[in-house]
Design a binder for this molecule. Structure first.
Ligand code: SAH
Length: 217
């Protein structure tokens, strides 16, 4: 089992394909460029090529590759996009997204200092070096990150508390035709599309993510 088989497993996942299909080939190509084993701590490497979430310590996981693919696909990423990720973790998801936005910029915010260091290190190794088109920020991303807004896309890799979570500040950091994507702890994946001042919401059932910390959660 290696990264190639992992990409094949992600490509064939029927549950996610029932939410969005066909899977964009660009997304699978991006997934193939990121060897998951290199993003995991030593103790977790054994699980690298299993299509499931893998614990990376500090209450965080490296997300399930087929779900990373689904989210990238739903976000309709394109070359040149300005993207915000909340929850860097080990940097695996961020690496896949960066491949999909080419010369675009990815800002990724992580609240756990050890993971900021780990994620940044992994991204640095993967891309050779980090230029100003990938910024790993230490902090609370639950209210976004105003400094690099407006974003074409914003996505969360941790689940807000839906009773408290306010999307208003995030939508204000989103450009026209922008997309905001966030999951529930155990439930729906929400996709909000902003167009000409209006917001359209779509919901997809059946995801599980670690809880979001911070002010807006
Ligand atoms: N993107 C990762 C998934 C990481 S799990 C991947 O490559 O698979 C979710 C991450 O969100 C954890 O690392 C957690 O520490 C982080 N997180 C939780 N609350 C946060 C917040 N308010 N701001 C930024 N990061 C947060």
């Amino acid at each position: 089992m290696g990264n190639k088989q992992l990409v094949e497993a992600a490509a064939a996942d029927n549950i996610w394909l029932s939410m969005k299909s066909p899977r964009d080939k660009k997304v699978l190509d991006a997934l193939a460029k990121v060897d998951r084993i290199k993003f995991l701590p030593k103790v977790a490497k054994y699980h690298a090529y299993y299509d499931g979430p893998v614990s990376i310590g500090h209450d965080a996981t490296c997300s399930m590759p087929s779900l990373v693919a689904l989210m990238a696909d739903m976000l309709e990423l394109y070359d040149g996009a300005n993207v915000l990720e909340v929850g860097t973790g080990c940097g695996y998801h961020a690496a896949v997204v960066k491949h999909l936005i080419g010369k675009g910029k990815l800002t990724t915010v992580e609240i756990v200092p050890e993971l900021v260091k780990f994620g940044r290190q992994n991204l640095q190794k993967h891309f050779g070096s980090l230029d100003d088109k990938i910024e790993v920020i230490e902090g609370d991303g639950s209210e976004g990150y105003k400094q690099n807004a407006p974003y074409n896309r914003i996505y969360f890799t941790a689940a807000p508390n839906m009773d408290k979570f306010k999307t208003k500040c995030l939508l204000s950091q989103l450009s026209n035709n922008g997309i905001l994507l966030f999951p529930e702890h155990d439930g729906y994946l929400y996709l909000l599309k902003k167009s000409k001042g209006k917001v359209k919401e779509e919901q997809y059932w059946g995801v599980a993510f670690v809880p979001l910390k911070g002010k807006n959660s």
